[in-house]
Design a protein around this ligand. Structure first.
Ligand SMILES: Cc1cc2nc3c(=O)[nH]c(=O)nc-3n(C[C@H](O)[C@H](O)[C@H](O)COP(=O)(O)O)c2cc1C
Length: 363
C-alpha cells in the first residue's frame, strides 16, 4: 500500500522533514547562500547531464562497491561531514555511524559534531574521517587534529571553503545560533512542532561535543580567514594519515594541492552554502580531472539527490561521492528507518541506472 509517509526519493525525505522539523532547523539544513541561485545553478547542471542507454549487454550481476583509500566501500557514496546533525533528531550521529559501519562507507565527522569524535569513530567501526576547520589563529585547530590522530583517525578532511561563514538569509532570519537561545519566536516554532521539540527536550539539547573537554573551544562566528598555504603545509607535516582538502573548485588550486602533498581533493561548493556566485561544482569536475590527471583521487559532493546523480558524477571524473542534507532529511522524516529507506532508494536508483547504461561495476 502506498503511504504518504513512504520515502521513494530524496524529495520525499525533504517534504516529510519539512513537516516534522521546526522551521529554524529545517532552514538551517536546507538553506544556501544568498538568494540560493548557486544551489539552482548546480541542480540545473546536474539535470542537464544525460546518461547514455546501452542495450543487449548482460548486466544481470552488478556491484555498487568502490575502493577508496585502499578500503572497499559497499557504495560509491559516503556521508559528508555536517555540523550539528542531532538537530535532525536525537541520535542522528549514531544512526549515521551505524550506517557507515554497515556499508563500510566513510562518515565525515564535523569539527562541529554533536557527539565526540572518539565515540563516532568507535560506533562507525573505524569508518570515520575527521573534518577540520581552521579557526582564529589556528592553535585550537591543530590541537583538534592532534586529538583526532591520537584517537586513531586515519583520514583528515580539511575544509577550505569557509574563510568566513557564508551569509544564509534563511538562517539569519531565524537568528540561528548554536547553542540556540529560545526566545518568543523560537518558542512558537518549537510549540508548532511538538514531536521534534519533546523528543529533543527529552534527550537534551544538541551541543558541540568536540569542545566539552578542557582546552578545546570553537566559536562558529570566528573568522577562519587566516589559513593559507603555509597552514596546509604545517598540517601536512603533522598529519601522518591521508589528507583530503574539501571545497576545491579551481583547477590551479587542485594542482597546487597535489603538489603540496595532499592525498585527495574534494570538489564541493559546501552544498551551495558559501559563495552564491560560485560555479556549479558539477561543471568543474572535468576541468579539474583533466588538470590533475587520471591518478589523483577526486571526491565530489554538493547537490546530489539520486543514484543517477551519483553515476553522472562518477562519469564526469569523480572517484567517490558524498551525500549531505538529504540524509538528515531522511532522519528527520522517520528516524533510522527513514535513513535506511532513503539509502536503499539511492542504491536502487544507482543499480538500475547502471543496468540501463550497460555497466556491471564501478571500479
Ligand atoms: C546542515 C549542514 C551542515 C554542514 N556542516 C559542515 C561542516 O561542519 N563541515 C563541512 O566541511 N561541511 C559541512 N557541510 C557541507 C557538507 O559537508 C557538504 O559539502 C554538503 O552538504 C553537500 O551538499 P548537499 O547537502 O547538497 O549534498 C554542511 C552541510 C549541511 C547541509
Amino acid at each position: 500500500m502506498i503511504s504518504s509517509r513512504d520515502i521513494h526519493s530524496a524529495d520525499d525525505a525533504r517534504r516529510l522533514a519539512k513537516r516534522r522539523l521546526p522551521w529554524m532547523i529545517f532552514d538551517y539544513i536546507d538553506g544556501a547562500a544568498g538568494n540560493e541561485t548557486g544551489a539552482r545553478r548546480n541542480r540545473t547542471a546536474l539535470d542537464a547531464q544525460t546518461l547514455e542507454p546501452r542495450i543487449l549487454q548482460d548486466v544481470s550481476s552488478r556491484s555498487l562497491a568502490k575502493p577508496v583509500f585502499g578500503h572497499v566501500a559497499e557504495r560509491p557514496f559516503g556521508i559528508a561531514p555536517m555540523g550539528m546533525c542531532n538537530l535532525a533528531g536525537p541520535g542522528a550521529d549514531q544512526m549515521l555511524a551505524r550506517l557507515a559501519a554497515r556499508y563500510k562507507v566513510p562518515l565525515g565527522i564535523s569539527t562541529m559534531s554533536t557527539t565526540p569524535m572518539e565515540d563516532l569513530l568507535t560506533q562507525s567501526e573505524g569508518n570515520a574521517w575527521f573534518q577540520l576547520y581552521f579557526s582564529g589563529d589556528g592553535e585550537s585547530s591543530f590541537k583538534l587534529a592532534e586529538r583526532a590522530q591520537t584517537a586513531g583517525f586515519e583520514t583528515l578532511i580539511l575544509t577550505v571553503d569557509v574563510p568566513e561563514v557564508g551569509r544564509r538569509p534563511r538562517e539569519l532570519a531565524h537568528n540561528f545560533k548554536m547553542p540556540f537561545r529560545i526566545g518568543p519566536r523560537q518558542f512558537i516554532d518549537f510549540a508548532c512542532h511538538p514531536r521534534w521539540s519533546l523528543s529533543s527536550l527529552f534527550h537534551g539539547k544538541p551541543r558541540l561535543a568536540n569542545f566539552d573537554l578542557a582546552g578545546f573551544t570553537f566559536d562558529r562566528k570566528e573568522s577562519r580567514a587566516r589559513a593559507d598555504w603555509a597552514t596546509l603545509s604545517k598540517l601536512r607535516d603533522l598529519w601522518r594519515g591521508k589528507l583530503v582538502v574539501k571545497g576545491v573548485l579551481n583547477a590551479q588550486d587542485a594542482a597546487r594541492l597535489m603538489a603540496s602533498g595532499v592525498d585527495a581533493i574534494q570538489v564541493s561548493s559546501h552544498g551551495a552554502r558559501q559563495l552564491e556566485s560560485a560555479p556549479a561544482p558539477f561543471e568543474r569536475l572535468q576541468d579539474i580531472r583533466n588538470t590533475v590527471g587520471p591518478n589523483v583521487p577526486i571526491f565530489y559532493d554538493s547537490g546530489l539527490r539520486s543514484g543517477e546523480d551519483v553515476l553522472k558524477t562518477l562519469n564526469q571524473g569523480a572517484d567517490f561521492t558524498f551525500l549531505g542534507r538529504i540524509l538528515l532529511f531522511a532522519i528527520a522524516a522517520r528516524g533510522e528507518e527513514g535513513l535506511h529507506e532513503l539509502w536503499s532508494v539511492l542504491s536502487q536508483e544507482l543499480s538500475i541506472a547502471m543496468a540501463q547504461t550497460g555497466r556491471t561495476s564501478l571500479v
